[in-house]
Every structure is written in structure tokens, then in C-alpha cells.
Design a protein around this ligand. Structure first.
Ligand code: URA
Length: 442
């Protein structure tokens, strides 16, 4: 594509027009090869943000992204993957991957790193000494075959165009457009080879999606797009107004997953979401049996924990490393400053603080959070523990907890499951409406 063609495409999109699949394909190829420069690509991205993208355009961009690299081929048609739109204390992947694999469903999980205040599954895994996530595609698929599951980084061979576009979006404030987000997420899942995918769209103060309504719309786009590529899909919309599990920080979250799978300690909120995700994954994989009973059996028999150990072993964990993981010594206790009810938790502040603690003091540092929204507390009660920090961290965590006189109204933990796309949502995304409304709600 020549510079003049790209200028015409940008102007067409700027004026509210729709670009066809051939144009998106040419743009992605030209951007990757350097034929068109970042200024033009960024201008087009901004036009997509401001004008919205139709479903056909989103599909075209996704297809162009997938075509920019290799696509893995998994040999078992039941192979699954999951994606979380990002949260705090979201340890679900470390629990659900071996749990579902222990039910006999192959799990080929491609993961990302921390983004902003949210944690990254790769960082949590790498907190276990020896574990590698930079697996070549052939090695990744071999571990899925042998251990039942693997968790790896996407690597340079899959969807290189997304890497380039995502970095540009990050620099040019063009991330929050539903079409761009969906193309970015779904292209990576399609290229990863899974035949069935479950999306966990997080909504609330600690999420990138502010409310359940925009979460539902994004979930519908993800499901519709994934199905358009011939893969099965489901999406859950789940709460991220407060941390999901108890632990925030790479090593602490690995410890929480270990203890959950081995039965030492299971947080109720984390358990509810893991069960909902595990059930959805088994159903979308076509599991032949009752999902809830299968998950219980995999967990209680110890098979899920053994599968976790086998996966870590195959990915290079040093002998005894998982068992030896421990929080940093001498935690400090964060106490309630008054009597009342926990009304709100600044989940973003907690995620950011935990990231800083890990950066300063290593993988054993972070926050273990005890309080939940709705809890009744008395002045001086323990709300949380900080590991590897100082008095400033304790004060920051205390500030993140709002205590008031009345209990906050209860909220759902799982807002719903999206299997199909409603007619009105399909019409809205066909005209680009849905994409714009997400931007407006930010
Ligand atoms: N996660 C992604 O992979 N891509 C986006 O655009 C947003 C979140």
C-alpha cells in the first residue's frame, strides 16, 4: 500500500466510512513491513476509536492480524484456552488451567504480562524458580500433549502485527475501542490453536471495562468474533470492584494458587469464579459428563494439583521450588481506622502498590488482603498484611479501603454468561455503535 492510498483510507474512516477486508489486510501488511509509517497507522487507529468499527471491519482486522504470523494447530478438537480482560488478585488461570486439564481436557494457554495495575499470568508463573514461559510453539504443544496443559508467552511468531499495533495504541491513547480490543484479543486466541475459548470479562473499579453493560457488549463481540473464525466460545462477565483472590503480587499469587489446588486454603470468591470458568470451559469443550462433579473430583482427588506440578516440571521448575515458595518475612498489619462497614476498595491502588512492592523487594512481596466489601469491622481490626514494604505501604493500603456507616448494597460476583449474541447487540456492532459506546463510558 502506498502513502497516498493510506491517506485516502484514513480520510474515508475519519468521515465515517467503512473500510473493506482487503484494505485492512493491506494496511496491516504495510504497517509491519514499514511501507507506511507509524504516523499514518496511528491516525487510522484514532479514526477507528472516534468513529467505531462495524463487525465486518473488526473481523477483517482480526483476520489480517492472524495472517501476520503463524497459527498453531492442536490435534485434539477439545483443546481449550481462556482469556481474562485483566484484574487484581486474579489468580484464576493458575487454578483453572490444571483443574480443567485434570478433567481430561487439553489446555493450551497463551498468556500476557502485567498491564498497568493488573497482574500478568506469565509474571506469576516465573515467580516459581526455573519456570520458563518463552516456549517455542513445538515445545508448547508437546507439553500440552504430555502434561495436559501449558502456559506460555505468545512469542514473536504468533500475531506480530498485534504486538506492533498494541504498542502504538498504548502510545497514542487509542486502546479503548471495542473493535480494536476484540481484534487484538481474539487474533491471539485464534493463532494459539485452541478450538474452544472462554473469555472472562472483568468489570468494575479494578477493571479496564467500567460497568456490566459495557462488559456484556465486549463479551458479545468476543464470542461472535471467535465463532466467525470457526471456534467455539463463551464469555463470563465477572466483578472486579475488589480483588478476586486474597493475594496481590507475583509470588504471593503463585502461593495462593498452590494452596488452593492442594487444599490448604481456598478463598470463596476465587473458588466461585474458578468453578464458573471451569464449568464453562468443560461445556465449551464438549465434555461428556457433569462439569461441576468433574471439577470437584479433580480438585478433591489431588489430580488438579498433580497436573499443576507436572506442567511446572515440564516448563522447567526447579525440584522443590513450588513447595519452597514463601512470602517475604516480617509482614506489617494494616488496621481499620474506624468502626463501620467496608464500603469500597481502591483496587487499582492495591494493584499498583503490590507491583511496586514486588519491583522493590522481589517475588515474595505484595499484599494479602483480608477485608471484603460488606464486612463489618471495628477500629484496629486487621484488614490486610503487606510483605516487603514499609510504613508508607501500610498507610497506602489503609487509604485504599473506605469504611462507612452503612453496608454497601450487595453486587453479583458473576454477572452472567454470554453464549449467543442478541439481535440488538449484533445490529449495534454492525453499525459501529457498540464500539463507540465503550469509549463514551470511559
Ligand atoms: N488485551 C489485549 O490483548 N488487547 C487489548 O487491546 C486489550 C487488552
Amino acid at each position: 500500500m502506498m502513502e497516498a492510498d493510506m491517506r485516502r483510507a484514513i480520510a474515508h474512516k475519519r468521515d465515517g466510512g467503512e473500510l473493506d477486508a482487503e484494505t485492512y489486510d493491506a494496511i496491516v501488511r504495510a504497517s509491519l513491513s514499514g511501507e507506511i509509517d507509524d504516523a499514518q497507522t496511528a491516525a487510522l487507529l484514532m479514526a477507528c476509536v472516534l468513529r467505531g468499527m462495524t463487525f465486518a471491519e473488526t473481523h477483517a482486522l482480526t483476520a489480517a492480524f492472524v495472517a501476520s504470523g503463524e497459527t498453531l494447530v492442536t490435534d485434539d478438537p477439545r483443546t481449550v484456552d481462556k482469556h481474562s480482560s485483566g484484574g487484581v488478585a486474579d489468580t484464576a488461570s493458575l487454578v483453572v488451567v490444571p483443574l480443567v486439564a485434570a478433567c481430561g481436557i487439553p489446555f493450551a494457554k497463551l498468556s500476557g504480562r502485567a498491564l498497568g495495575h493488573t497482574g500478568g499470568t506469565l509474571d506469576k508463573l516465573e515467580a516459581i524458580p526455573g519456570v520458563r514461559t518463552d516456549l517455542a510453539p513445538e515445545r508448547f504443544l508437546a507439553i500440552v500433549r504430555d502434561a495436559g496443559c501449558a502456559i506460555a508467552a505468545q512469542g514473536p511468531r504468533l500475531v506480530p502485527a498485534d504486538k506492533r499495533f498494541y504498542a502504538l495504541r498504548d502510545r497514542t491513547a487509542t486502546v479503548p475501542a471495542r473493535g480494536l480490543i476484540a481484534a487484538s484479543i481474539v487474533s491471539k486466541k485464534i493463532a494459539g490453536g485452541a478450538r474452544a475459548i472462554v473469555y472472562d470479562v472483568k468489570v468494575g473499579r479494578g477493571a479496564f471495562v467500567p460497568d456490566a453493560e459495557s462488559g456484556r457488549a465486549l463479551a458479545e463481540t468476543l464470542v461472535r468474533l471467535t465463532r466467525a473464525f470457526g471456534r467455539r466460545a463463551l464469555a463470563l462477565v465477572t466483578d472486579m470492584d475488589e480483588p478476586l483472590g486474597r493475594s496481590i503480587g507475583t509470588g504471593l499469587e503463585a502461593i495462593e494458587a498452590r494452596d488452593f489446588l492442594s487444599g490448604v486454603r481456598r478463598d470463596a470468591r476465587l473458588a466461585t469464579v474458578c468453578r464458573a470458568l471451569g464449568g464453562a470451559l468443560l461445556r465449551v469443550a464438549g465434555y461428556d459428563g457433569e462439569p461441576d462433579a468433574a471439577l470437584t473430583d479433580a480438585l478433591e482427588s489431588g489430580r488438579a494439583f498433580a497436573t499443576f506440578e507436572a506442567m511446572l516440571d515440564a516448563q522447567g521448575a526447579r525440584a522443590g521450588a513450588l513447595a519452597a515458595l514463601a512470602p517475604a518475612e516480617a509482614p506489617a498489619i494494616v488496621r481499620a481506622e474506624r468502626d463501620g462497614y467496608v464500603r469500597a476498595i481502591d483496587t487499582v491502588a492495591l494493584g499498583e502498590r503490590a507491583r511496586d512492592l514486588v519491583a522493590a523487594s522481589g517475588a515474595g512481596a505484595g499484599i494479602v488482603f483480608g477485608a471484603r466489601i460488606g464486612d463489618r469491622v471495628a477500629r484496629g481490626d486487621a484488614l490486610a498484611e503487606t510483605f516487603g514494604g514499609d510504613a508508607a505501604s501500610v498507610a497506602a493500603v489503609a487509604r485504599a479501603v473506605s469504611i462507612g456507616d452503612d453496608a454497601a448494597p450487595p453486587r453479583p460476583l458473576v454477572y452472567g454468561e454470554i453464549e449467543a449474541v442478541s439481535d440488538s447487540a449484533a445490529r449495534a456492532s454492525d453499525t459501529g455503535e457498540a464500539s463507540r459506546s465503550m469509549l463514551e463510558s470511559r
